[in-house]
Design a protein around this ligand. Structure first.
Ligand code: GDP
Length: 350
């Protein structure tokens, strides 16, 4: 089935101010992909969570009828909090095809919201706004596990007014940063207006709406970016681990092409470009990590390499021909990298 897919999963990252609900929202989204009996037992994952076509369809169709889904799923990047890589937010913003900017609707724009907007603008990453914590707006009538479209029907007039006031304030504040936004169900032209999706990550309200708007935007406006080709195989290493017993592993977001066991790859190390081989590929499964012979983009993978080399997190990896020289490989890495990385004595910047 994978061999015939023509589009890859759009890569999605979640950005926003601390405590505005990024982790909770990601957990909700991740939860949709876990069988009910396994809920609460979120298994080890590598850098990213895939929401498959079937789950996407199920989640969206339950809330919204007749929405055709053309993408093979969505790949959410998990921002590893423990990584000593100060540019992780930038990296996520640059790597993503589309982003979710989480804003606490009761607090509005905060310093890291503005920083996130700047990152998304810098990399021209399209995004939607999740206006979170709508359950904390006064007069909220308790409900959970439903779409926003459905939840709003159960609310009283006083609540709807309070929520609208907050959304209007958000719209006007975003406008001062050059962002023309509106509530998603009031937008007629999504090419001109940023979508605000009201959600409660805590009560799992609006998750279907988020998935629908992301999918709709991706399949309408990102078709070129997410077309799957096999000419090149490219990824970004987001975490490097040295495991005494097995060697060096690279947690990588593979965003183009196909990677196989035994492939030769070029990577960036603190000693310059290097060539190495793929000894094994591990992927997520419901029961933890499992080995895979080959992987097609987009995917979060753990690559075990054959050489003990100091690969730098945040840099690219690229599949090369066995005969490619290291210099040539490095040139390719620089030209093809997404994001465009710069290596200096201060480390890596994007
Ligand atoms: P992060 O720092 O952006 O990742 O935020 P977290 O997801 O850790 O959430 C910060 C706090 O806000 C936690 O105490 C959450 O329980 C709470 N929170 C997250 N989403 C919601 C929501 O939708 N409603 C309410 N009332 N609280 C929320």
């Amino acid at each position: 089935m994978e061999a015939i897919k023509s589009l890859r999963e759009p890569i999605v990252c979640v950005l926003g101010h601390v405590d505005h609900g990024k982790t909770t929202l990601l957990d909700d989204i991740r939860g949709t992909s876990i069988a009910e009996k396994e809920a609460g037992r979120i298994t080890q994952k590598i850098g990213a969570t895939e929401i498959s076509y079937n789950i996407l369809e199920r989640e969206i169709k339950t809330a919204f009828k007749n929405i055709p889904i053309k993408i093979p799923g969505l790949l959410f990047i998990d921002t590893p909090g423990h990584v000593a890589f100060s540019n992780m937010r930038s990296l996520g913003g640059a790597l993503a095809d589309i982003a979710i900017l989480v804003i606490d609707v009761n607090e509005g724009l905060k310093p890291q919201t503005i920083e996130s907007i700047d990152i998304l603008k810098k990399f021209k990453t399209p995004f939607i706004i999740a206006a979170n914590k709508i359950d904390a707006v006064p007069y909220f009538v308790n409900t959970s596990n439903t779409s926003f479209a459905n939840a709003i029907k159960m609310q009283r007039r006083e609540y709807i007014e309070e929520l609208d006031n907050r959304i209007y304030k958000l719209i006007s504040d975003l406008y001062t940063y050059g962002i023309n936004a509106d509530r998603y169900d009031r937008i007629s032209d999504f090419s001109k207006t940023f979508a605000i999706v009201p959600v409660s990550a805590k009560l799992k309200i609006g998750i279907a709406d988020i998935l629908m708007v992301l999918s709709g935007l991706a399949q309408k406006f990102l078709e070129n970016e997410i077309r799957l080709t096999y000419e090149k195989t490219l990824g970004t290493v987001i975490e490097v681990k040295i495991e005494e017993s097995i060697g060096i592993t690279l947690d990588t977001i593979l965003y183009q092409g196909m990677l196989k066991r035994g492939d030769t790859i070029a990577v960036n190390t603190s000693n310059g470009p290097a060539r190495t081989r793929v000894k094994a590929i591990l992927v997520n499964s419901n029961r933890g990590l499992k080995e895979s012979e080959k992987v097609v983009a987009a995917a979060g993978i753990r690559v075990l390499i054959t050489d003990k080399i100091p690969v730098i997190a945040g840099t690219s990896m690229i599949k090369i021909d066995e005969n490619t020289s290291e210099d040539e490989a490095f040139k390719t890495i620089i030209n093809e990298s997404k994001p465009n990385i710069k290596i200096s004595e201060h480390g890596v910047t994007v």
